[in-house]
Design a binder for this molecule. Structure first.
Ligand code: SPD
Length: 342
């Protein structure tokens, strides 16, 4: 009896030590605003007995700058496609331990093996979407179909542009009939000049456009599809259009920085995100597309094929992926600095 009691006491002590150790652990996520809901965060905290801290960035370049400046505290990051390839090139990502992420098998092959990480050694797709224009149809009339509306003086000081150099230079490049990924200095120069002409009309450069739309600060925003969709849910007169000149599409991925202090926990978190029912919650919250087909069974019918997430074929054909322009990046950096400095 005594031995039994002693064993029980020792087991309880061991369990409580195990628990307090686990609670000491903290998962630090660095991601886009509106990408990890409280629900997802607290669900993981409760199940794994850890704290989850979420910090946000406005663009891939902000994420890169933070990592290059030596930020070593982040365990999970969510760069977009072209930034994944840049981070791999700079040796800033950890190779994923697939054994620790068995739910990787839930990801649709449609989203795997892409140009930015051909074998998905470093990245797992999180969401996909597009960039376009979100507008209040009660005010912006007729319905816009061209990026040109963002140069229309009627809407001076009533619209915002993404605070994102590749996306915003991309708008001007598309309007001029060029590729989002140009490495022609003259084309980029023309796009820069176009944005300098536009600047006095822009109310704000802000990546969290949903906030501006809902506050009524703007009636139109250069915006990502999920954020437009979220805004439209609350303000039902909001519509989303991908202009006829074409636009960008993206996959945002989940990665673990090489310097992440809690690599094992980070892999557990990625595995958690890939559970179909959790992944469905991500779609319900973010309003971006899911890369996990089994998640669709947990989605309301209204979200399974919604046109904000799944544009028609002809629109899809007008979309480009952003890719790493290599050394030419410094021209994009300089052009953006010059626009912002005006
Ligand atoms: N609020 C979430 C925004 C996610 C945006 N993804 C960015 C893609 C950049 N090309």
């Amino acid at each position: 009896m005594r031995t039994k009691c002693l064993l029980l006491t020792l087991t309880l002590i061991a369990l409580s030590i195990g628990q307090s150790n686990a609670k000491d652990e903290q998962l630090n996520i660095f991601t886009w605003a509106g990408y990890v809901s409280d629900d997802i965060r607290t669900g993981f905290e409760e199940e794994f007995g850890v704290d989850v801290i979420v910090d946000t960035y406005a663009s891939n370049e902000d994420l890169l700058a933070k990592l290059q400046a030596g930020a070593t505290g982040y365990d999970v990051i969510m760069p977009s496609d072209y930034m994944v390839s840049i981070l791999i090139k700079l040796d800033l990502l950890a190779e994923l331990d697939r054994g620790a992420i068995p739910n990787f098998q839930n990801v649709s092959p449609l989203f795997l093996g892409k140009y930015f990480d051909a074998e998905n050694r470093y990245s797992v797709p999180y969401t996909f979407g597009t960039a376009g224009i979100a507008y209040d149809s009660a005010v912006v009339q007729p319905a816009p179909d061209s990026w040109n509306v963002l140069w229309d003086e009627t809407y001076a000081n009533q619209f915002s542009m993404l605070d994102d150099q590749r996306e915003t230079l991309g708008v001007a490049l598309k309007l001029l009939g060029y590729s989002l990924n140009t490495t022609d200095a003259k084309e980029l120069q023309a796009a820069k000049e176009k944005l300098i002409v536009q600047k006095p009309l822009v109310k704000q450069y802000k990546s969290e456009a949903e906030e501006l739309l809902l506050a009524g600060d703007v009636v139109m925003a250069h915006c990502w599809s999920g954020d437009a969709f979220r805004a439209a849910e609350t303000r039902t007169t909001i519509r989303y259009v991908i202009p006829k000149e074409g636009s960008s599409q993206f996959i945002d991925a989940v990665c673990i920085p090489k310097a992440a202090p809690h690599q094992r926990l980070a892999a557990q978190f990625i595995n958690y995100l890939l559970r179909p029912e959790i992944n469905a919650k991500i779609t319900v919250f973010t309003k971006y597309g899911t890369c996990v087909p089994a998640a669709k069974e947990h989605l309301p019918a209204s979200l399974r094929e919604h046109q904000f997430i799944y544009p028609p074929k002809e629109v899809l054909a007008s979309l480009e992926w952003l890719i790493d322009p290599g050394d030419f990046t410094r021209h994009y950096n300089r052009a953006w600095e010059e626009i912002k400095a005006r």
